[in-house]
Ligand binder design. Structure first.
Ligand SMILES: *[C@@H]1O[C@H](CO)[C@@H](O)[C@H](O)[C@H]1NC(C)=O
Ligand SMILES: *[C@@H]1O[C@H](CO)[C@@H](O)[C@H](O)[C@H]1NC(C)=O
Ligand SMILES: *[C@@H]1O[C@H](CO)[C@@H](O)[C@H](O)[C@H]1NC(C)=O
Length: 447
């Protein structure tokens, strides 16, 4: 707004008045999925907006980006947690000591080298050692198939990337962080509208094995509730931040009907420009993966590579290497499609194509469009009759109502810096990056 005022102030004409009116309208921000998806300027995309169906419910959710706890007075969550506690193996310790462990610093934690908990972070174990828990998804069942997906969204400025995917008629699995969905609910709606698959990537993006079981439950529960509130659907899949799961975390997820999707290949795109890790190294990681595929490594079983909807760079990399990936794989599909998970959400009126349908050209979803805040859903979590339907609206808006700043040289600032009305000042990703570096050197096992 300031930009237009400055450039036009020498011409106090009808044009200026008209432009100011346009700016005033724009400053209110998008009001629905379509108006958000139409924004092309990444700074405007990240300017923040108030979306009342979500912001009015903030008192029912944990603090944005903070480790989730059951919200005091939330009887539904308490009942659900009580109903599944007996399914959690009692002989698995919380890993490390909070708060350092939240960021992956497990220094001083003594762990049996035989890996009794099937701790992925320790040994890449993916077949649980405790009974009754399904194995992790680490690859794709179909040959020459890439299970395509992106962590950490929705990013406020993802329209260029989602436009690209739309243009290619390419669907993907989006592992959404609950706190990002709270801040960017209309961006989250776009994933459903565009036919992508949404999975849970926790509320606050911390190391899950470091959390108490109740915290793990709350990280999943409130992300499920937030995705439901913002987009109208309730996922049945999740990806642990940093891949950090053990059988305790798996058991809690399984009790909530969540399938665990990890990976075997890592682009390390999130590391670019931190700690001396270069963008050229990320290019090389993509290239190595493509060469591996071209070398015939996936002719009996397809692959999953870790990539991110984290920022401009990670999304640009995905776009840059897309055609090479298309050349290296016969099929690029959302993970759920590769597994014929044609009903990816609890809501039965919404479906994804099967693998056969998708590769035959039917990539679109079936079922009704996004219905945020639908409270009539028959959805319930698998192991109890607890409904996930939205609680009644009573509270007043207290968050998610960021107003775009109209001062300062916004054109040179980071688009992300103006978003996230409810977000804390902390950048969890940056802290996590530091911790991930520290983690490698500090993990101590009893040997
Ligand atoms: C989203 O991407 C923008 C553009 O790179 C970045 O500045 C911003 O920090 C990202 N937002 C989040 C919440 O990660
Ligand atoms: C990255 O930022 C540039 C400059 O704002 C923009 O033109 C481009 O579309 C962005 N790319 C993605 C993938 O968001
Ligand atoms: C998906 O369905 C197709 C067609 O029925 C079948 O050939 C394939 O084995 C199924 N894949 C999985 C993982 O069940």
């Amino acid at each position: 707004m300031r930009w237009s005022s400055v450039t036009r102030s020498s011409a106090p004409s009808f044009a200026f008045v008209a432009l100011s009116l346009v700016s005033a309208v724009v400053a209110q921000g998008p009001t629905d999925e379509a108006s958000e998806a139409a924004i092309k300027d990444p700074y405007q995309e990240c300017a923040g907006y108030n979306y009342d169906p979500v912001s009015s419910q903030s008192s029912k959710f944990p603090t944005n980006w903070q480790v989730a706890q059951i919200v005091p007075g939330d009887q539904e969550a308490t009942d659900k947690w009580n109903s599944i506690q007996s399914l959690v193996p009692a002989n698995i310790q919380v890993k490390g000591t909070q708060p350092a462990s939240l960021m992956g610093d497990f220094g001083g934690f003594n762990y049996d080298p035989s890996d009794p908990d099937c701790w992925w972070t320790n040994t890449k174990c993916s077949t649980p050692k405790h009974q009754g828990i399904p194995a992790d998804i680490i690859s794709m069942p179909e040959p020459d198939t890439l299970g395509y997906g992106f962590d950490d969204g929705p990013n406020c400025s993802h329209n260029a990337f989602y436009d690209f995917l739309q243009e290619k008629n390419q669907k993907a699995t989006m592992y959404y962080i609950g706190s990002n969905v709270q801040n960017q609910p209309l961006q989250a709606q776009r994933a459903v509208t565009d036919g992508h698959e949404i999975c849970v990537h926790t509320w606050s993006h911390h190391y899950l094995t470091a959390l108490t079981s109740e915290q793990v439950f709350a990280e999943f529960w409130y992300t499920l509730k937030m995705i439901k509130l913002a987009t109208g659907v309730t996922p049945t899949c999740f990806r642990p931040p940093f891949g950090d799961v053990d059988d305790r975390v798996r058991a809690i997820a399984n009790a909530l009907g969540l399938v665990n999707i990890v990976w075997k290949y890592d682009s390390n795109d999130w590391r670019a420009d931190y700690d001396g890790y270069t963008e050229a190294q990320v290019d090389q990681n993509y290239q190595d993966f493509i060469n591996t595929a071209n070398g015939g490594a996936f002719t009996t079983e397809g692959a999953i590579m870790l990539t991110h909807e984290l920022n401009n760079f990670t999304m640009s990399e995905a776009m840059k290497f897309y055609s090479q990936l298309q050349g290296a794989f016969k099929h690029i599909v959302p993970v759920g499609v590769g597994y014929n998970r044609t009903q990816p959400y609890l809501e039965t009126n919404y479906g994804l194509p099967s693998f056969e349908q998708y590769i035959g050209g039917q990539t679109t979803v079936s079922g009704s469009a996004v219905q945020p805040q639908s409270s009539s859903s028959s959805a319930s979590l698998s192991s109890s009759s607890q409904s996930l339907s939205t609680a009644s609206q009573t509270s007043s808006a207290t968050s998610g109502s960021a107003t775009p700043s109209t001062t300062g040289s916004s054109l040179s600032s980071d688009p992300g810096s103006k978003s996230n009305g409810a977000a804390s000042a902390m950048s969890p990703r940056f802290g996590a990056l530091l911790a991930a570096g520290a983690f490698v050197g500090m993990l101590v096992f009893s040997a």
